[in-house]
Design a protein around this ligand. Structure first.
Ligand SMILES: Cc1cc2nc3c(=O)[nH]c(=O)nc-3n(C[C@H](O)[C@H](O)[C@H](O)COP(=O)(O)O)c2cc1C
Length: 206
């Protein structure tokens, strides 16, 4: 049975725009994999603690100094990721990049000697690649002709998830949520078309 890991990062929970968009992605995946189970990891707000002292020491040495605290949590989050066939991350843009909650999750899953190894050629990921869908909501626009701010979110996620071996990333977004209901409706409609195009062409290649 296939597994979809849904990591939702908005402090607004299920009412958030990014969650709404991610649910559409999951619906499309479920059409393709009707038996799939969805594992929910809601991390919006301050649910995930920052990594602790022993974890930080381990990351700058050649051995793990602890099997407690953040190490336990890190292991749990990594195993969740490892057992997923698809990963769906829903996230708002906060201050041009990922929100603190998503960064805390990343600090736990990107772990030396576990999800990547340091080699003479640089960091090499250990995870098997799998499709990762990222659903983003932003108050302003960060892509296209009307973008008025830089985007440190999509390049960052691409690089950091690539570090652990996850390269098959697809981004969808609802941008301009701060511009009123008409702008949101328009942005949602454009994204719906992109979802249709993406998942319809994926079905054709099955
Ligand atoms: C702390 C904070 C920082 C934000 N920074 C940005 C930003 O840099 N760029 C942007 O376009 N929107 C920014 N926003 C607006 C959110 O991205 C926007 O409201 C989005 O629709 C929230 O998505 P959600 O409903 O999934 O939480 C910020 C919101 C908050 C709370």
């Amino acid at each position: 049975m296939k597994e979809i890991l849904h990591v939702s990062c908005s402090p607004r929970g299920n009412a958030s725009e990014s969650y709404r968009l991610s649910q559409k992605i999951i619906d499309h995946l479920m059409e393709r994999e009707p038996e799939a189970i969805v594992v929910k990891r809601a991390i919006g707000g301050a649910v995930i603690p920052n990594v602790d002292e022993n974890y930080a020491i381990s990351q700058q040495s050649s051995a793990d100094v602890s099997k407690d605290g953040s190490m336990i949590y890190s292991e749990q989050l990594i195993r969740e990721l490892e057992s997923a066939d698809f990963v769906v991350i829903s996230t708002p843009m906060h201050n041009l990049t990922v929100p603190a909650a998503l960064k805390a999750w990343i600090d736990h899953i990107v772990r030396a000697r576990r999800t990547f190894n340091v080699t003479s050629a640089g960091k090499v990921g250990t995870l098997q690649d799998r499709p990762v869908y990222v659903a983003i909501a932003s108050g302003g626009r960060f892509s296209g002709e009307r973008a008025r701010q830089p985007d440190f979110l999509t390049p960052y996620l691409t690089t950091i998830l690539g570090t652990i071996g996850l390269h098959d990333l697809t981004f969808f977004s609802v941008q301009g949520t701060g511009s009123g209901p008409d702008a949101i409706a328009q942005s949602r409609a454009i994204t719906d078309q992109q979802l249709q195009a993406h998942f319809y062409s994926a079905l054709l290649t099955l």
